[in-house]
Design a protein around this ligand. Structure first.
Ligand code: NAD
Length: 317
């Protein structure tokens, strides 16, 4: 992905609000050019959604719009929440075999009776653009990724860009910094740890048990950078961060406004109070999310371009 020189942040009362949409717009333009240059057969993305969770449906709609705007083939598989595991696995099998599809994403959350690991193991590793198949997840952990998962990539792209735009050398910044990640899902938090380690940062991982035992704040206050992906609205307040933190909010939570009864999306940061203490904060919406979407399509283009011999080597299914 090619960075640019346009301003991608706004300063508000001392702190900077990082503009993820502006960054995503640039990446999208770059990607559109690459897709246009990629020949007659466009990359194809498939989303697999089981059930009707609001945030997953919103994500599916966004990805569908973006894929179609970029001229990609798009296939949306939406199965009912009570689908049998065998039916979901069979759907993945069909997508694996479909030559129009180069990338597949399993949207989350899944219903409780569908173990996500079973679905991930069924994905064709060469179409696993979120790097959740054990082969691809292992490659990410080794620092030799085939695909870098879109959400943590987007968070680190945003950080790298913000640091460079504000006149710092990202490499030396990370070497001297502590990054605290809250949440350690296989999709977001854990690959985020690997990306932080690759940058030679000191990385701390916190999860719900840390919070349950009253230790979360102790660690979050140590972060020069705080990346939050817990799915808990307003989990982190201004009291939980150190002065001058750069806070990246990955959380996307649907909350209903009691007065208007309307649903809106909020992050895991208590935005106002964190903003008061921070150097910079990414907002929700308009932060990591739009970059994530473009990144996923970029991975799909990469998957479409994997040479034939990689497929012919044979991969475990
Ligand atoms: P997940 O539910 O799989 O994982 C959440 C993680 O946070 C788990 O490790 C859980 O134990 C931990 N956690 C829960 N409560 C906690 C607490 N009180 N304190 C500390 N840790 C806690 O979710 P996920 O898929 O990793 O997604 C996390 C959030 O990021 C969700 O809100 C999701 O909607 C959002 N998300 C955003 C993007 C994006 O593009 N911005 C993409 C994917 C997910």
């Amino acid at each position: 992905m090619t960075p640019s020189t346009e301003p991608t942040a706004t300063r508000t009362a001392g702190a900077t609000i990082i503009d993820g949409r502006a960054m995503a717009d640039e990446l999208r333009e770059d990607l559109a050019n690459k897709i246009a240059a990629s020949g007659d057969r466009p990359p194809g993305l498939a989303t697999l959604l089981v059930g009707d969770v609001y945030t997953a449906m919103a994500y599916e709609r966004r990805l569908g719009r973006l894929a179609q705007d970029l001229g990609c083939h798009y296939d949306n598989q939406h199965l009912p929440a009570d689908s049998e595991l065998a039916e979901v696995l069979a759907t993945i099998g069909r997508l694996n075999a479909d030559p129009r599809i180069s990338g597949i994403i399993v949207l989350r959350p899944l219903p409780d009776h569908i173990p996500e690991e079973s679905l991930y193991r069924r994905l064709d590793p060469l179409k696993d653009v979120e790097a959740v198949h054990p082969w691809n997840a292992g490659l990410v952990a080794l620092g030799e990724p085939r695909f870098v998962p879109s959400t943590p990539s987007a968070a680190f792209y945003m950080l790298d860009r913000y640091l460079a735009d504000s006149g710092r050398d990202p490499s030396s910044f990370y070497e001297k910094s502590t990054i605290v990640l809250v949440g350690r899902s296989n999709n977001v938090g854990k690959p985020g740890l690997w990306l932080g380690l690759e940058r030679h940062a000191t990385v701390i991982s916190c999860d719900r048990w840390c919070d349950e035992h009253g230790r979360l704040r102790h660690y979050t206050r140590q972060g020069d950078v705080l990346i939050v992906a817990a799915g808990v609205p307003g989990l982190i307040t201004g009291d939980d961060v150190r002065d001058g933190v750069i806070a990246i909010d990955i959380g996307i939570n649907a909350v209903t406004d009691p007065e208007t009864d309307r649903v809106r999306l909020v992050g895991d940061l208590d935005f106002g109070s964190v903003l008061e203490r921070a150097e910079a904060v990414s907002p929700v919406p308009g932060g990591v999310g739009p970059i994530t979407d473009v990144w996923l399509l970029a991975n799909t283009l990469k998957a479409a371009g994997l040479p034939r011999w990689v497929h012919e080597l044979g991969q475990p299914r």
